[in-house]
Write a protein that binds this ligand. Structure first.
Ligand SMILES: Cc1cc2nc3c(=O)[nH]c(=O)nc-3n(C[C@H](O)[C@H](O)[C@H](O)COP(=O)(O)OP(=O)(O)OC[C@H]3O[C@@H](n4cnc5c(N)ncnc54)[C@H](O)[C@@H]3O)c2cc1C
Length: 432
């Protein structure tokens, strides 16, 4: 299993409970993924992020009691054949082989460029949340949260709880779409309860729909944000801008292994047993489509049972799976990025900050590949993880092929593999 977020944990536990030997690989120092980051068994937590429900507690206990081998600090950067994963574990090369592989690599924020976005203190919404969860002092700081999707409200609630002064939440989607989505939450009482809770925690903070940042002002760092709301420009002073335009699936590893990717959403194509188009490779959670925690958990269980060879155990999950999938479709429709946002990046705006490539240098190219070859866009340290999603939105370019490594890897680890590829790993083959 690759990815120890909710989907990967559910898949690993389900397969192990079927008697399979399972290795769960994750680049972080502890399992949990985005939403359960830092969670520990026995810890008292508040209700935010699904915490406070028994969910993380239950899954972490099951994981601890299972035979799953959790491999931490393990970054999967490639695969040679569909049963092989190339990894770097604590700076050392290691290869893993599995009869089946479940990909649960999650999603990341979509960051769209606009003038000034590279100034210090402009951060991804989830990025700022993660920094604050770490150690960044935020009390008393003025924060504007902008972009699109339910994550904005969750981040604003978290920052408010940490005593930040969140002065505005800007949602690019139109009021009608947000209202329709809100009304549909009645079909998902758990999610409705979270939405109400987040809105209660952020009461008094203006939530502007049809609003998005146009530029960030400041010399050395962010000082204010100029934004468009209902056709008029306004400027608001702030210390931080937390900005994310919904999420995009981390599909690079799946693509490298040969799995088909949906051109419109970037999600890995799966059947109703979470099988990808490559035999013995399964996919679950946000990598298979953005749908939230509950969907990730159900898909993880289905993938785990199917990969373990017990597809009949998935039957009881199918109805809830279909319900959560319908929610994912509504989510995608409600927070689809409006075409006007394509124009917020101006000719001089940097699109690829690793290689300092501006929008005007990208205009006129016909594909992502051509743009990469001729401008070095996407060829820097992040390997297009940020600008790739932006270019996909700005220019409708899809990645034509995925190359190794899909994650940054040290030369030492690569040399370890090439010198002695079959003995690099020390872990015996897992069944899943
Ligand atoms: C930045 C961010 C913040 C979010 N905050 C909230 C929130 O506050 N509230 C909320 O309800 N939802 C939030 N979400 C959504 C929530 O994370 C998902 O609904 C849920 O976590 C999906 O679980 P998952 O298992 O599919 O993915 P994830 O939880 O993302 O887990 C994927 C795991 O795979 C690991 N991984 C990825 N690629 C590799 C690789 N190549 N090698 C090794 N490991 C790898 C990742 O590090 C991660 O640990 C957030 C999402 C993001 C991206």
């Amino acid at each position: 299993m690759v990815g120890a977020g909710p989907a990967g944990i559910a898949a690993a536990v389900s397969a192990a409970e079927c008697g399979r030997s399972v290795a769960l690989l994750d680049e972080n120092s502890a399992p949990g993924g985005q939403i359960w980051r830092g969670f520990e068994v026995g810890q008292h937590v508040d209700h935010k992020k699904g915490k406070g429900s028994r969910l993380p507690q239950e899954w972490f206990v099951r994981l601890r009691l299972s035979s799953v081998e959790v491999i931490r600090n393990c970054r999967v950067f490639g695969g040679g054949t569909p049963d092989q994963l190339l990894t770097e574990v604590d700076g050392q090369a290691a290869e893993f082989y599995g009869r089946s592989i479940v990909l649960a690599t999650g999603a990341r924020e979509r960051f769209l460029p606009f003038p000034g976005w590279t100034l210090p203190n402009v951060l991804g919404a989830g990025g700022l949340q993660a920094l604050v969860q770490g150690c960044l002092p935020i009390a008393g700081k003025r924060v504007v949260v902008a972009g699109s999707g339910p994550l904005l409200l969750a981040v604003a609630a978290h920052l408010t709880a940490q005593k930040a002064k969140v002065s505005m939440i800007m949602e690019q989607a139109a009021t009608q779409r947000v209202t329709t989505f809100g009304a549909a939450l009645a079909l998902h009482p758990g999610k409705l309860a979270h939405a109400i809770l987040y809105r209660w925690q952020t009461r008094g903070i203006p939530y502007r729909t049809s609003a998005w940042p146009l530029r960030v002002n400041g010399e050395e760092k962010l000082e204010s944000v100029t934004y468009l709301h209902a056709g008029r420009q306004h400027t608001i002073a702030c210390d931080y801008l937390a900005c994310g335009f919904h999420l995009v699936p981390n599909n690079e590893l799946a693509s490298l292994l040969g799995c088909e990717i949906a051109a419109d959403t970037g999600a890995v194509r799966i059947d109703d047993s979470q099988r990808t188009t490559v035999p013995h490779v399964y996919c679950a959670g946000e990598t298979a489509g953005i749908g939230g925690l509950e969907l990730a958990l159900i898909e993880g269980q289905i993938a785990g049972f199917a990969a373990a060879g017990f597809p009949d155990r998935t039957q009881s999950l199918k109805a809830e799976h279909a319900r959560q999938r319908r929610f994912a479709v509504r989510l995608e429709a409600a927070f689809a990025i409006r075409p006007e946002i394509r124009s917020i990046a101006e000719a001089e705006t940097i699109v690829c900050r690793c290689e300092d490539v501006r929008r005007k240098q990208l205009e006129g190219h016909t594909s992502w590949r051509a743009a990469k070859l001729l401008t070095r866009c996407g060829m820097g340290a992040c390997q297009g993880r940020i600008c790739g999603a932006a270019c996909r939105f700005l220019f409708n370019w899809n990645p034509d092929s995925q190359r190794l490594p899909v994650q940054p890897v040290s030369i030492a680890a690569l040399m370890g593999l090439s010198k002695n590829p079959m003995q690099a790993g020390t872990i015996p083959p897992a069944e899943v």
